[in-house]
Design a binder for this molecule. Structure first.
Ligand SMILES: [Ca+2]
Length: 502
C-alpha cells in the first residue's frame, strides 16, 4: 500500500480527519480592504526557535529570563496555550512543512537519513510559491542535506542555511554541516554557494531575512519568510554580553542557553520594529513558536509540565505559539483549543486565500486555525494527536510501536500504552489513572493502533544508506578546496553497523 493510499484509508476511517483536512476557509480581510480596493494577501513570517520550551519566556512565567520583545509580541498576539509539536527537531520541521505527521513524511529521527523529508510531499513553501508568494528560508532546514532534499528544491526562492541538525554537526551519511563551523562566523550556504561570514549565527539569519523582506516589500508579491533558527540548540555558544546577567543565578549551561534566547529576543524585536517602520506590520502574519519541548532550562522552570525534548509527555511537545495579524484578528487573548504544528500549513493557506485541493487536501491532516484566531472561543471539534519520539534502530519500527509514544485528546493522554493521565485535573501527568478508566485507555489505544497501521507504508527512509561524505562538507571542499582526514572520513561513514550508529 502506498503512503497516500494508507492516508486515504486512514481518512476514510476517521471522518473527523476529513473535516480537519477540508476545514480551510478563506480569510475575510479587514474593512480597509474594501476601502482601498484589492490588496495583496498578507505576508507571512514564521520564526521557529530551536530547543526552547514553554517555560523559557518571561511572559509564560519564567522568573529568571528576560524576553521583552517576545513578551510585547505576546501581548499583541493570539496565544495558543495547548499547542503541540513533535518531540524533536526534524520531525517538527517536516510536520510544519507538510501539514501532516512526520512519520507520513518518512521522518522518524533527526539523523541517519531518517531526517529526510520525502520529495513526494508538497511543502507549504511550494504551495505558497504556486499562489504567487516569494519564499525564503533563513536558518536550520534539517530535512535533508542532499541536493534533492535541500530547500531550493522544496519551494524556497531564497535559501540561507547551515547543514545538518546544528551548526558544526557531523553524523554518518547525509546529515552534517560544513567543516569547522561554529555559531560564530559560520560558513552558510546562500542559494547554493557558501559564504564565509562575520557574526553570530542568529544575528546573521535575522539580518539576511530582514534584508530579503526589505527587498520583497518593494515588489507586488506577498512573501513567506521562514526563519527556523538553530538557537538555542546546543552547543550553547553565544557572546558573553547575552548571558553574563544569568551567571550565578542558574547553572552556567542554562545561563548560556538563556543568553541564546535573549539574543533571539533582541533580533526578533528588531525585525518587528522594521515591520512597523516599513508600515507592513498590519498586513503581515507573524508567528513565533518553538520546535520541541524544553532542554537546558527545564530544571529552572518548566511551566508545571512533566518531561522535556525527546519525551512523549506534555513537556516534550507543548510549546509557545503566538500569532499576530492585525488586519484580520485581534490579539492579547489566549486560545485553549488543542492545536498543533500540522495546523500551520492549512492556516497559512487560508491566510493566503487559497483552497487545498486534490493531493494536497489529502496530504494535509491539520485544520485551519483561522476560526480560532478570529474567535478563540469558536467551536473546535474533538481531535486526537499522536506523538512518537521515534529514533529506533534500523528495522525496529514495529518493536517500538508502544515505546516513547502518546496519544491524546482534549482531556486524556495515554503514554507508552501503559500510563493514562487526566490532563484536566493533572496537567503535570503525575497520577496514572489507567486502572480507574480502562475504557478511556482502550479507546485511545484503538485510535493509536489504527494510526500506526496508517504510517507503516510511509517509513521510506528506514533502510536508506547515506552518502560517503556529508553533502555540505563535500560542497564546501569543492568550493574552497580540502577534504576529510581519516578520522573525519570514519565519522561520516554511512555503512557503520547500525548498533554502532545509534
Ligand atoms: Ca529542536
Amino acid at each position: 500500500m502506498t503512503c497516500i493510499a494508507a492516508s486515504r484509508r486512514f481518512v476514510r476511517v476517521f471522518a473527523l480527519v476529513i473535516v480537519v483536512a477540508s476545514a480551510v476557509r478563506g480569510l475575510p480581510l479587514a474593512a480597509s480592504a474594501r476601502d482601498e480596493g484589492p490588496r495583496r494577501p498578507p505576508n507571512i513570517i514564521l520564526v521557529l526557535a530551536d530547543d526552547v520550551g514553554y517555560g523559557d519566556f518571561a511572559c509564560l512565567g519564567n522568573p529568571i529570563i528576560k524576553t521583552p520583545s517576545v513578551d510585547a509580541f505576546w501581548s499583541q498576539s493570539v496565544r495558543f496555550t495547548d499547542f503541540h509539536v513533535s518531540p524533536t527537531c526534524a520531525p517538527t520541521r517536516s510536520a510544519i512543512m507538510t501539514g501532516r505527521h512526520e512519520f507520513k513524511n518518512g521522518v522518524t529521527h533527526t539523523i541517519f537519513e531518517q531526517e529526510r523529508l520525502t520529495p513526494k510531499a508538497t511543502t507549504i513553501a511550494q504551495f505558497l510559491q504556486s499562489k504567487g508568494y516569494s519564499t525564503g528560508i533563513f536558518g536550520k532546514w534539517h530535512l535533508g542535506d542532499e541536493a534533492a532534499y535541500r530547500p531550493d528544491r522544496r519551494g524556497f526562492d531564497e535559501t540561507y542555511i547551515h547543514g545538518g541538525g546544528g551548526i558544526g554537526q557531523t553524523y554518518p551519511g547525509s546529515c552534517g554541516d560544513a567543516p569547522g563551523n561554529s555559531n560564530i562566523n559560520p560558513a552558510l550556504l546562500h542559494n547554493g554557494v557558501f559564504e564565509k561570514t562575520n557574526g553570530y549565527c542568529t544575528d546573521l539569519f535575522f539580518k539576511a531575512a530582514t534584508s530579503w523582506i526589505d527587498a520583497r516589500r518593494r515588489t507586488d508579491k506577498p512573501f513567506f519568510a521562514y526563519i527556523p533558527l538553530n538557537a538555542a540548540h546546543d552547543p550553547h555558544v553565544v557572546p558573553l554580553a547575552y548571558y553574563r546577567q544569568y551567571l550565578g543565578k542558574v547553572p552556567d549551561e542554562t545561563a548560556k542557553f538563556y543568553g541564546m534566547i535573549e539574543n533571539i529576543d533582541s533580533n526578533f524585536g528588531a525585525l518587528l520594529h522594521k515591520l512597523d517602520e516599513w508600515s507592513i506590520a498590519e498586513n503581515t502574519l507573524v508567528v513565533f513558536m518553538t520546535d520541541n519541548g524544553g532542554t537546558a532550562g527545564v530544571k529552572v522552570y518548566n511551566a508545571g509540565m512533566r518531561g522535556q525534548k525527546v519525551t512523549p509527555y506534555q513537556g516534550g511537545t507543548r510549546v509557545p505559539s503566538f500569532w499576530r495579524l492585525p488586519s484580520a484578528f485581534k490579539g492579547g487573548v489566549d486560545c485553549r483549543a488543542l492545536t498543533a504544528h500540522i495546523d500551520i500549513f492549512p492556516t497559512f493557506a487560508a491566510v493566503a486565500g487559497a483552497n487545498l485541493n486534490g493531493e494536497i487536501a489529502r496530504q494535509v491532516e491539520g485544520r485551519s486555525l483561522l476560526p480560532l484566531l478570529q474567535d478563540p472561543a469558536s467551536s473546535w471539534p474533538r481531535r486526537v494527536l499522536f506523538t512518537h519520539v521515534g529514533r529506533w534502530g534500523r528495522g525496529q519500527a514495529e518493536a517500538w510501536k508502544y515505546k516513547r509514544c502518546s496519544v491524546r485528546d482534549e482531556r486524556w493522554t495515554l503514554v507508552n500504552n501503559a500510563e493514562l493521565y487526566d490532563l484536566a485535573t493533572d496537567p503535570g501527568e503525575s497520577k496514572n489513572v489507567i486502572d480507574l478508566h480502562p475504557e478511556v485507555a482502550a479507546a485511545l489505544r484503538s485510535e493509536y493502533d489504527r494510526w500506526w497501521e496508517s504510517i507503516k507504508p510511509c517509513l521510506v527512509n528506514e533502510d536508506a544508506v547515506g552518502p560517503r561524505l556529508n553533502p555540505f562538507k563535500e560542497l564546501y571542499w569543492k568550493q574552497f578546496g580540502g577534504g576529510p582526514d581519516a578520522a573525519l572520513l570514519k565519522r561520516m561513514d554511512p555503512t557503520q553497523p547500525a548498533v554502532e550508529r545509534r
